[in-house]
Design a protein around this ligand. Sequence first.
Ligand code: NDP
Length: 327
Amino acid sequence: MEYRRLGKSGLQVSALSLGSWLTFGNQISDKVADELMGIAYDAGVNFFDNAEGYAEGKSEEVMGKILKSQKWERESFIVSSKVFFGTENKGPNRVGLSRKHVIEACNAALKRLQVDYLDLYFCHRPDKQTPIEETVWAMNTLLQQGKILYWGTSEWSAAEIMEAIVVAKQYNLIGPTMEQPQYNLIERNKLENEYLHLFKEHGLGTTIWSPLASGLLSGKYTTGDTKNTRLDLNGMDWLKDRVMAEEKMKKVVELQKLADKMNLPLAKLSLAWCLKNPNVSTMILGASKTSQLKENLTVLEVVPLLTDKVMEDIDKIMGTKPELSPF
Ligand code: NDP
């Protein structure tokens, strides 16, 4: 396993990590979740990603039970939660980034995960109704209490992250260490354009999500078959529409040809491509089957095969490379 710094922080995070969205407490049994975490940990994965909103809190409960039963030393793993969407009891003060919800959600996540502190705590989305000062102060209260070690954002704009950094500086507080953006061969703008200043000047780390664009970039949907996948879960029509879009499918068919030429599974080519970006601190893998995770965990060996020529070919096929902003 390769370990990378989480931005300019002192924390070392495995380049490959494991997340639980849609799988833990939902798509897969607790037994498979346990096997997945065991396989990941044994391969050197040290970061497990979670959120209050995943499976309405059940995802954290399942992960908490596994962490307890595995008896791994607390120093050997990093676990996260995210606040914003709430759990099942949505309503005033049970969602968003007010001081009340940020602190109550942290306490609830600690209970569900059965840990004394969260290593990483994310604001899962920006909250337009709450002043950023209030959220920055709430995060710093939790830091002072030792309930969280690093805090960050997810899917915030560069301007919103910058505002949090400025507010933190103004009050001598600790600003966001990391952001959790989507990054894959389809969604590239934040990592490769919008956040460049934050990487260079502020040492922001990233824990990227959906590196396979929900399985699309494994090539398995080009036949149109979605059986036994997340796209067949109840309530996932919105994701199915997004993933199965004709224009994306055409590009994936071409990408598959390149992978075949290189004698590689497309999933591994797509994952290795994400890891080539040095501004990726860790790539969060998702898996519903142990076979998928085992395949994905071997991706580091593929990274050196992605020469400049291969990277150019990929850019041509996908046509998703962002234009750099002039300032
Ligand atoms: P991916 O885009 O990598 O999708 C993972 C899914 O793709 C698997 O569950 C599986 O789905 C399929 N898959 C995985 N490997 C293979 C393979 N080798 N061949 C074929 N199919 C494969 O990642 P996720 O979307 O799961 O995101 C990863 C993590 O990122 C999440 O668990 C979560 O922790 C985080 N996340 C954060 C978000 C945020 O807003 N901050 C949003 C979304 C995710 P299937 O069961 O369908 O086969």
